[in-house]
Write a protein that binds this ligand. Structure first.
Ligand SMILES: Cc1ncc(C[n+]2csc(CCOP(=O)(O)OP(=O)(O)O)c2C)c(N)n1
Ligand SMILES: [Mg+2]
Length: 319
């Protein structure tokens, strides 16, 4: 196991941040304080966080519409994320973008995306830039199972493969695209199988095991960085909550949800650290407490921030 205690504790902190961030967002949404919609990734924290933590400084990532865990994993500022969700001027998009537009382009975060499958093309373009400019950096492209049926998936994988671009396609297979189970939207069980058609490696990981994810992405990144071309990683995971904020979830059973809750990625990392005597129960509790305090501060920061001025309504808008 190549992970240091410091990395594991930081991973645990970020996974807790992601969970608590979304609990707050769900609450604010129910009070009418979050506009537009939002897609929560509770249950998928290992996928979003551990994969990003395996990146190096200067690497890039494109996120999905279900991007909060991915953004927290990438190291975005939870204060600015919370401000964005609450429509405040101090948010990542000055409060005008919301959940599906959290981005920090100057620091390599190419942004969440409301267009399912849109991130594939953005990532391939960004990967071409890295190759052309010989930066030695790579792009982590997040996507969902449903998006793997979009034309962009096939076009992007093909071009990235042919040009040996430095990109890791990281597909979060949470078994559903909205209300449609994977068995009804593709005739295969493993999306990783599709990699073969493009002559690139396709690897499956347990998407609720942060250590397996970290190690797999790190190893894949070595090859990608050395010019061997792209890799597809399929992360098998599950979202505990509805697709978006209006979902009666009639398409799945409570038993199924419960079974996945028992595979809680946060509890799993905690158990791992305790059983392997990496950290004491007290040290772990301190991190949990730190995460709650940090989130209270983020809420305070966002609440105290001003709304964007009316005069700025046409700024940063392209027409
Ligand atoms: C191009 C496009 N088509 C349809 C939609 C509507 N839509 C939003 S999320 C979603 C399902 C995406 O499923 P998946 O890729 O598995 O991601 P998940 O929501 O499960 O994270 C759809 C169809 C969209 N936003 N963009
Ligand atoms: Mg899905």
């Amino acid at each position: 196991m190549s992970l240091s205690k410091e990395t594991l504790m930081e991973m645990y902190l970020r996974m807790n941040h992601a969970r608590i961030f979304e609990e707050k967002v769900a609450y604010f949404f129910s009070r009418g304080m979050v506009h537009g919609t939002t897609h929560l990734s509770v249950g998928q924290e290992a996928s979003g966080v551990a994969s990003c933590m395996a990146l190096e400084d200067g690497d890039l990532a494109s996120l999905t519409h279900r991007g909060h865990s991915q953004a927290v994993g990438f190291g975005l500022d939870i204060n600015k994320m919370m401000a964005e969700l609450l429509g405040k001027e101090t948010g990542y998009c000055k409060g005008k973008g919301g959940s599906m537009h959290i981005a920090d382009i100057h620091n390599g975060n190419l942004g969440a995306n409301g267009i399912v499958g849109g991130g594939y093309c953005i990532s391939v373009g960004a990967a071409l830039t890295q190759q052309y400019q010989k930066t030695g950096k790579l792009v982590l492209c997040f996507a969902g199972d449903g998006s793997a049926n979009e034309g962009t998936f096939h076009e992007a994988l093909n071009l990235a493969s042919v040009w040996k671009l430095p990109v890791i396609f990281f597909i979060e297979n949470n078994l559903y695209g909205m209300s449609t189970p994977i068995s009804k939207h593709m005739n295969i069980t493993d999306i990783a199988d599709r990699a073969k058609a493009y002559g690139i490696p396709g690897i499956i990981v347990d998407g609720n095991d942060p250590i397996e994810i970290y190690e797999t992405v790190s190893k894949a990144a070595e090859g990608v960085r050395s010019g061997k071309g792209p890799v597809l990683i399929e992360s098998k995971t599950y979202r505990w909550l509805g697709h978006s904020k209006s979902d009666a979830q009639a398409y799945r059973t409570k038993d199924e949800v419960q079974q996945w809750k028992e595979k809680d990625p946060i509890a799993r990392l905690k158990k791992f650290m305790l059983e392997n005597k990496i950290a004491t129960a007290e040290e772990i509790e301190d991190v949990e407490k730190q995460a709650r305090t940090n989130m209270e501060k983020a809420v305070e920061f966002a609440s105290d921030s001003p709304e964007p001025p009316v005069e700025s309504v046409t700024e940063d808008v392209y027409a």
